[in-house]
Ligand binder design. Structure first.
Ligand code: PBG
Length: 328
């Protein structure tokens, strides 16, 4: 007879299985990414992300109310401007799409919703790169000033937190310095610190019209062959003043999440990106996989790897499954 306590004994019965779970999921850690566009009275489905929409500011509350009903209390906003130019000037414009959306959302929801904004240039530049160009290359240092200006304008318009996703070197320090100098010492920064050059962003680029018009982003996003480099990026951003460190994408990068979690002592977020959502949607639409079970399994996997915060287009569904006791 075997003497050790066998895990099999802990698998008998639903109550005990739940008691001994290692991983707990809580809806307060979910962040729902949302696209806001110029215009009025539109809710436009994104063809490569069925079930996800681009909203005009006057209709965002439809989605926000549904999120709050489900128990999701945080969103990440992405702007789709009408006007693009070489330097992405509508990213920091007083009447830019994000700035307008922030004012409207904060007027209606105040502190009921925690609003984070993505800070990047690619949705606003005519060439679709994440910074300002010098010839055919992104000019890292010149882009820092534009990114800082954009982050400041978001905070001034009411953002609770900014999340730079551009991957320029030194942008966390630049943004921190600008926010502090303007009296926003308490505004937190969630850094997309460990962001890989990934084909999983494909549907997002359709959604936001932000695909680069030439070249790719491998000059500033990470090579997916490397994970130690991810630790280095994370540590650098901690040093520069980031408050939360994000790894992106999520599903194929959970090894990196686990390593980053070991290496730093700040909250770790992971972003389950558009391509992850699209794959599950497409597989489910074809009847190849069970969408609900896959949503539960992929979400729990991210938390098991160590995420404290989880950005996902499935946030309302996950919140519902937690409430129903299917996960949690
Ligand atoms: C902007 C940005 C991207 C995503 C978030 N912020 C696209 C990119 O880097 O090309 C992707 C999100 C998703 O795929 O859901 N730089």
């Amino acid at each position: 007879m075997e003497m050790s306590i066998r895990p099999r004994r802990l698998r008998k019965g639903e109550l005990l299985r739940k008691m001994v779970r290692e991983t707990r999921v809580d809806e307060s850690s979910l962040i729902y990414p949302m696209f806001v566009k110029e215009g009025t009275n539109q809710k436009e489905e994104i063809p490569t992300m069925p079930g996800q929409y681009r909203y005009t500011v006057d209709r965002v509350s439809e989605q926000l109310d549904a999120l709050l009903d489900a128990g999701v209390t945080s969103v990440m906003l992405f702007g789709i401007p009408d006007h693009k130019d070489e330097v992405g000037s509508s990213a920091w414009a007083e009447d830019g799409i994000i700035q307008k959306a922030l004012r409207a959302i904060k007027r209606e929801y105040a502190d009921q919703l925690y609003v984070i904004t993505d800070v990047c240039m690619c949705e606003y530049t005519s060439h679709g790169h994440c910074g300002m160009l010098c010839g055919c290359e992104v000019d890292n240092d010149k882009s820092l000033e534009l990114l800082s200006r954009t982050a400041l304008s978001h905070i001034q318009a009411g953002a609770d937190m900014v999340a730079p996703s551009d991957m320029m070197d030194g942008r966390v320090r630049a943004i921190r310095t600008t926010l502090d100098a303007n009296g926003y010492e308490t505004a937190p920064i969630m850094s997309y610190a460990v962001k890989y050059a990934s084909a999983f962003y494909g549907p997002f680029r359709d959604a936001a019209g932000s695909a680069p018009s030439f070249g790719d982003r491998r000059g500033y996003q990470m090579d997916y062959h490397n994970s130690r480099e991810g630790i280095k990026e994370a540590l650098l951003d901690v040093e520069e003043g980031a408050d939360i460190i994000m790894v992106k994408p999520a599903m194929s990068y959970l090894d990196v999440v686990a390593k980053v979690k070991e290496a730093i002592h700040l909250p770790v977020a992971a972003y389950s990106v558009s391509g992850e959502y699209a794959m599950i949607k497409a597989g489910a639409a074809l009847g190849y996989i069970d969408e609900e079970k896959i949503i539960c399994e992929t979400a729990v996997a991210a938390y098991r790897a160590g995420v404290d915060l989880y950005l996902t287009y499935y946030a309302p569904e996950i919140a519902k499954f937690i409430k129903e006791g299917r996960i949690g």
